[in-house]
Unconditional design. Sequence first.
Lengths: 286, 377
Amino acid sequence: MSAQPAMINRYRWYELVGIYAGIAVFLTFILAPFVEGFLVSLKPLSQLFSSPYRFIPVNGSFEAYRTMWVSVPGFARYIFNSFFISTIVTAVVLVLVVPAAYAFARFQFKGSGHLLAAFLAVNMFSGAVLLIPLFRLMRTLGLLNTYFAIMVPGVAFLIPSAIWLLRTYMMRIPRELDEAAFVDGASHFYTLRRVILPIAMPGITVVAITTFIGSYAQQFIFALTFNSKTEYAPLPVGLFAYFGRQEVIWNELMAASFVGIAPAMIVIFLLQRYLVSGLTAGAVKQ
Amino acid sequence: MGQLNLNRVQKFYGTFEVLKGIDLEVRDGEFVVFVGPSGCGKSTLLRMIAGLDETSAGDITIDAKRVNDLPPVKRGIAMVFQSYALYPHMSVFENIAFPLRVEKMAEDKLKAKVENAARILHLEQRLQQKPGMLSGGQRQRVAIGRAIVREPKIFLFDEPLSNLDAALRADMRIELAKLHKQLKATMIYVTHDQVEAMTMADRIVVLNAGEISQTGAPLELYHKPANTFVAGFIGNPRMNMLPVTCKSVSDAGVEVEYKGQTTVVPVTGRADLVGQPLTLGIRPEHIQIGTSDLSMSVVPTVIERLGAQTVAYASLDCQGENFCAMLPGSAAIRVDEKVPVGIAAADCHLFDASGNALERRVELTDVDMALLTAGKG
């Protein structure tokens, strides 16, 4: 009896088959490119264009994971750049967004609704639409061909969604906690630091993860346009180095892609520890 | 010291007047309870005293100092919230120590104070736990500890027990009463539960629709309600209201007629009342089986047997409202069977057409306590 799931979670066998079939279809759809990419990274280059095509590599090896460092010597630098840019962007976004989200969640001020709507509107433009004005802006500020050229627009475009996310989280923190702290003589900043921040940690972690991933993904377009120096190029731009004049070194490219996303994966796994639910348990009677 | 004065205190939300000029004086060391139905403004008034809500007009004075524009901490108040409002990520110790940390108190002094508060509230064993591991009653004690440790002039309680279950509420009521005795501090307590109000208060302030309906000691409110609102609000089950006509007014009292019967109710009347319709109030616990100064027969529709008492609900032909009688536990009555009941004139309350009470001639002395218990038995 005890092994049975709760009544509401019990299904007939054909329902279960349907559910798992659905999951399988979607997972295949999403994961197939990754699997294929990984398999390609294991194959020698010659096998990639063999006919008939074989998905499972013959004499597969991790050779490409070694040679990729040799064919593109600056690759480590690209990974570092990507990681560095994303870290700084995430840090800056958090520093700006935490007080902003607190203000939007707690204070009633003129135009707060309009401001939030404006933030949402900004999100609707992708960075690509604004590339030309941004380029002129960067040139005027003399930021072209620096790390800042990639970081500044990154921060700007990631702030709105971060504010929306964190504001929603902070609105769920009972207002009585602020009032209790106020009655006890705490200032708004003291309350934010000692009361709100620790409780909002899971929300902040979510924002940090999404910002980090967002920054990792969106730096490509800014790096391509605002930076022409190889030493500042991030991973997505760096991958172009595997595109030779004559041929593309597909297996090394795939290997490099997997190596490149590894640092982001590690960061996410580390941050995940802070995604504890129920941190507000016992604060107020629900 | 903790003396509080409210002078024509008003609160507007836009053009809506929530509080209509409240005048109140709370003496040092007094336990005052604000009671009233939902939306009467009692919590708003408390939040204004606390400094959480702004005062639209009037003066709030604590110890002869106008505090309208001061933040809560400068007013010398501490507040306990209905929802406890504990900091979930801090231990019980840190929760209680929070106001002292804000003050940047030295560690050894802080520790002594927190431990003292914990001892008063029996929380010594819980100091290192997080609020999430505590029961409702313990959480509320932590919230009270956070208030105690500041040593405020005035404690404010916003329905602190309404989230607890009935048994725990009774325990906490006793603990709060003890705490008040121990600390000798001024306490203002908001509740909608009249049992809490009656049992803990030195003085009850009954609020209705943004105005003070009556202020007085619990038994004063019970025996001499100033109007029909207080009469209906204090006492459980509610007082029965019967329409009567004033026949004559004399030194002995006011003679009223109810369905052909007349009796003289010992209240202070006015000559102009003769011939006017009045409302006669009689508490369910003052109705007896049999005949008395006023007699009638009722047919119970619902009978609740509580053991010690039997509560009978009957509908009177003249009005839709239930007529309620609280009879002895073993009262020999049955549903749908006619019962003769009687009302003693001395137990009656009389209200004029505008709902204001004619003053009853009841002595509110210690003897009264005996009267009250005798009436219930």
